[in-house]
Each structure stands twice: as structure tokens, then as C-alpha cells.
Design a protein around this ligand. Sequence first.
Ligand code: OXD
Ligand code: MN
Length: 593
Amino acid sequence: MANLTTNPSILSWIEDRKALVKPEKVVWIDGSKEQIEQLRAEACSTGELIKLNQEKLPDCYLHRTAVNDVARVENRTLICTPTQEEAGPTNNWMAPDEAYKMLDEIAKDSYIGRTMYVIPYSMGPVGSPLAKIGVELTDSIYVVLNMAIMTRVGKAVLDVLGDSNDWVRGFHAKCQIDEEKRYICQFPQDNTIISVNSGYGGNVLLGKKCFALRIASYLGKNEGWMAEHMLILGVEKPDGETKYICAAFPSACGKTNLAMLIPPEIYKEKGYKVWCVGDDISWIRKGADGRLYAINPENGFFGVAPGTNEKSNPNALASTKKGTIFTNVVHNLDDNTVWWEGLDKNPPENAMDWTGKPWNGKTSDVKGAHPNSRFTAPAVNCPCISPEFENLNGVPISAFVFGGRRAKLAPLVYQSRDWNHGVFVGSIMASETTAAAAGAVGVVRRDPMAMLPFCGYNMADYWQHWIDIGKTLDPDKAPKIFNVNWFRKDDEGNFMWPGFGDNLRVLDWILDRCDGKVDAAETAIGFVPKAEDINIDGLEGEVSRESLESILDVDKDLWAAEADGIAEFYAKFGDRLPETLKEELETLKANLK
Ligand code: OXD
Ligand code: MN
């Protein structure tokens, strides 16, 4: 097949990789519908994909990964910077020379008898000044088809790139899916990602976490922009104006649900609408008017299937009804569709579980879908996708929101005093582990800006970068920074806030604060709403004024213990910890006295 580009840096890199892995042939992904159709058919013929009921689920397919390959592997994800100090205390590190040598030995000859697919892709709308280009080489059709949903792929991308060397190299080899030799390596200084011995999404769709967060966070530091693990949503007010919010949450905090929120009835009646620009990643840059603008670099959703249903997230569910690849869900053999725990109360009896074994949902006591089973769905399918989704310049950001799962500590919402205090609030983000994950319940895990597994360089330098970005912004134009906690519990362990669509009530207060329309109470940790300013109309029987007051309170004793935990975490970063954050911690301690 003819090359799709004459770009010398791409061609010479492909030659280099070919010499190492020895593919039978090379196929360039041109982005055409015909080629995608051909690849789907080929994958079905080998069993890599199962074609689902095309009347109920047009252009939808099912894939099963190896049973040892079902999630991102953080302990085998390495940041390969020249020194360990550059990767920092929160990343796994290996020296680049050593890593390249190890990976070459693993990947050597691994494409013999296989095809090398060359995927040119754009993170962000093709041609956007905020977009970046990558090329992924892979021996997996599943990867090609997923990348074609999650990113913009094909010839148009190469035409934009021309002969430039400014692109990210991504090399993936399935090898033998050997967990002992599985590595996901980022080389930030070389714009390079190498992934071996996995076929699972987060490890092999190299545009997503590897490029759009780990490599991009490093590029952003050097080039003066930000790559964040943040959803982007627009709230349209009754007057027709839409304001945008970027929000970061650790996993299992309902990020996709928030990104696609359905307003409560009383808000719908008033004319509020919520638009989803992105559910996972934001790339953010200062615009000509001095405000920060964000794009979603992705083109689809790689969402967790279990728990997604008509009530929890009808927009996500609707997004999966066409052109979607399901991974590790239940295969309903009666009508050749899919099912997962939490979809409905009617599990199929005649089905296959995620491993491909016969499974009866009515009698089985084991789960049919893997808890981390996924849908890869095109963003255009989403009923609330923002009209600005393809805007080359992105959307202007009014607020940054950080959040976590804290049963007692953090109030429902609070606002930082200023930008630097907001960076502090992001840096102390933490979530308590739930019963859903292995290990002790209620243990606090620090996850600054929800970037713990995704920051491509020393986290302390990343905080400094946030502080430096703030210095370039006029305070009137800088987004305001907030923290939310949807997960406060009473003494009996019941959630005190309904969450889901009702979170719009909190976003509404946040946007009113951004507009200077509502005042707040100043506390030791920042500005907290007055209870009367959070609209709880329509929540009678669910949230009383007293319980709202109690989830807005700031318990100084709990916060004093938290300050000790923060100091312990910060100590890991030694001298690299920004002075500003040390001062913020001192201020917090003083405020608590
Ligand atoms: C994801 C994650 O899959 O953050 O988006 O783990
Ligand atoms: Mn994520």
C-alpha cells in the first residue's frame, strides 16, 4: 500500500520500527468508511470482534480482551525521563536508554505474520490551533477501530502536518499479552510512547491517557498551556447564555454522569440546558481576549458500562446505540445485543459472560460483565453534545471544579480565595476508597487534580506550572476555582446529597459566584455558600435546610487532621514543592487555630 505522506520523520520512524518488528505488511489508515468496514469484517472473521444485532445496534460490535488484561496497569506505566527527579515521587520511572533497550527486546520480531497499521490522528478538531498530531503503529485492528472513534484519524491529519516533525510517536505491540512483560512507557523528551503486551483500551489507545495527558502535560509546561484530566460542560441559562466549567474528579466519582447531566425538572422548566463538550480530558490555553479556552482533544467516550442506565446517564446510554464497540460486557444470545450489571433489572438468561463462557443472569451469582467493561462511543451520538464541540478555538472557561469522595470532611462546595489558593485546593484533592475496589474502605488516597497516574513529569513542577499560568492571567479573567463533594454521609452512612442531575444546583451557585451575583461566608478553607443560596426547591423529603446546613459546615478538628495529612504528602516532594503551596498550607493551619 502506498504511503499516505512524504513526511520524512514519519517515514524514517516507520522504517526503523519495521526493521525491529518485521510486519508482513503495512496498512495506512486513511479515515475512509470503506476501510473501516473492511477492517470490521476482517476482525469478525477472526473472532476479534462480534457483530451485534444491526437493527437494534447498527454498526456496533463486541470485543473480549484476555482475562489478564482488563484495566490500566499503573504499576507498569513508566515515565522515562533522563533523571528520576524529573518524573518525581508519584511516577514509576526508568532511564530512557534502559527502557528503549528493554522494550526493543520485548517487541523484536513481534509483528511477524501480522500487519502493521499506521494510524495518523489528531487530538482535537483537525486544524485547531489547540490540536496536536500523533501517529500510532499497532498490530491490533481493535486498536485501529477504537482510535477511529476516540480521535480524528486519516489522511486529512497528515495533510495538516505536512513535513513537520512536531508529532507524537506511538508504538504498540500486542506481543503475547504477557502480564510480566507488559509496559506502558512515556518518553516526554522524545514525544514518544511505547506500549507492549496489552490489548486493553487505556493501555493501547495511545492518544488518550498516554498522549493527551502524560505527554501533553509535559508539552503544556514547555509551551505555556495545560493538559488536564477534566470534563468540560456548558450550562445554558434561561437567557440563552452558556457558561463553561472544567471539572476534575478521581475515578468512581461520576465524571461522565456530571459531563452529561440532566437538569432537575424545576431547572428544565426555567429553561436551563446542559451541554457536554468532553467527559475526560481538557486542553486549555489562553485566548487573544486573555481568557482561558478549552478543547476536548477526544472524539468519543471510552466509558465504564456497569451502572450506566436510563436513569443514571440516559445521554451516555443513547451514545452507545450506534457505531459503538463494547468491551468485556455480557453478550445476550437471544437477540445478539449486550448487557451489563446496572443496565436494567432484566439480565439475560441465555448469554455469555465477559470471558465468553455461558452465563445465566437469573441464576448466576457471579457478575456477567467485567466491572471495568467499557463502551467506545462516538461523541456525535450524544444527545447533549455541545454545539461548540468542533469549535477550533475551544470554549471560554468560567470555573475550574475539583472534587473527591469525602464522607465527612469537605463541604458540598467551597470556593478558593484566589488562583493560588485554588491551586492548593487542587493539589490536596483526595478521595476515600469505596467497597467497590480491593483494599481497605475509607482510606484517603491523594490524587492531586485527579492527575496522579497521568502527570508526565514531577508533580511539584506541575503545581508550579499551574501557579505560573495564574501569573499570566488578569484576575478578572481567570477562571474561579472551586471544590465540590457530592458524597457527604450522615452518621448512619446515608448520602446527604442526591447527586446526579441535582448537582446542577451547585453548578448554578458556582456560576453565580463567577458572575458576582451571590455572596458567601468566608471560612478557614475558603468561601462557602449560605444555605439559602443553594436552591433546594423540589427536593422536599430529600434534603432539608438543616441537612444542607450540615453538609456546608467546616469542622475545624477534621480539617486540622487533614492539614497534617497534606503536610505528610507534600513532604514527598522535598525542595521542589512550590513555596506558594507551603505558604497556603501555613495559611490553612493558621486559619484553623
Ligand atoms: C479513565 C480513567 O478511564 O480515568 O478515564 O481511569
Ligand atoms: Mn479518566
